[in-house]
Design a protein around this ligand. Sequence first.
Ligand SMILES: Cc1ncc(C[n+]2csc(CCOP(=O)(O)OP(=O)(O)O)c2C)c(N)n1
Length: 320
Amino acid sequence: MSRTQASKASEAAPDREEALELYRRMLLIRRFEDTVQDLFLKGEVHGTTHLYSGQEAVAVGVCSVLGEHDRVAGTYRGHGHALALGVEAQGLLDELLGRATGVCGGRAGSMNVIDLEHRLIGCFGIVGGSIAAATGAALALKREGGVAVAFFGDGAINQGYFHECLNFARVFRLPAVYVCENNLYGEFTPYEQVTAGEIRARAETLDIPSQTIDGNDVWGVQTAAREAVQRARAGEGPCFIEALTYRFVGHSRSDPGRYRKPGELDSWRERDPLIRARDAIGDTEEVDQAVEAQIAQMIENALAAPFPSPDPNAREYKDG
Ligand SMILES: Cc1ncc(C[n+]2csc(CCOP(=O)(O)OP(=O)(O)O)c2C)c(N)n1
């Protein structure tokens, strides 16, 4: 993989069917997140939530090139990673509402969803936890076949284990792809205020091929991810991708994001990954309507689902 400094936004969309599918996944994430925010404000979602709105092209582009043996570790902003992998949206919504029909029986909450059937080895509330988990998975996959992907934010690259894990992955040529979603902020702090040097340089110094890409261009992300995954599959070791993106909402819960510079949000909205995809595809009405209907039905189902039994010694947890 080449080490490019500037983003290489792809102009060419893939064939229409595939383009529509990528768009559908991004739209599902966007509407899912709007729904979660709404239900959170109504008191139906407990604890906290970190939404992914604005970053959809990163998860969708990367996950679109993964195969059945690959594994993914997401962050506490992980609803997007889960849906991009094909985790059932209904099961995920039920999970966030604490219902027994949720993908983890209603006990994981927003930050800690796991769905092994859909290759999601976990979402992690600990900043950078996904890096360690994916590196461990990559060690196993080196023998078994497959690639492990870690999604993490720009804040995670200042954690000690970022360096330990990437060094380990490079030394042992693990099939790992590290995807840093640089959305410009770590919680409420602009990343340049806490990060010395260039993000990509952290990987380059460990001799890990790296590139910075436009994270709001789903096809550009797909192209970069395909290259990185193929390289890892071929036994050539890990790659690092810095995807430049932006979250349209606050860090979590009801954060209105007042720390943003004036006009910043508007200028990123003009680069909305969904609008860009829609402009490239043309007519998306059928997909738009199908996703709206799916979401409306999901809300109804989720609110009607039962809560889990409060028994702390439930058998399934003892048996693992
Ligand atoms: C090890 C650790 N330290 C601190 C926190 C508190 N915390 C939660 S989110 C966050 C900001 C992380 O920012 P970034 O990695 O850029 O991800 P983003 O939220 O922008 O997606 C912090 C410091 C934590 N969860 N884990």
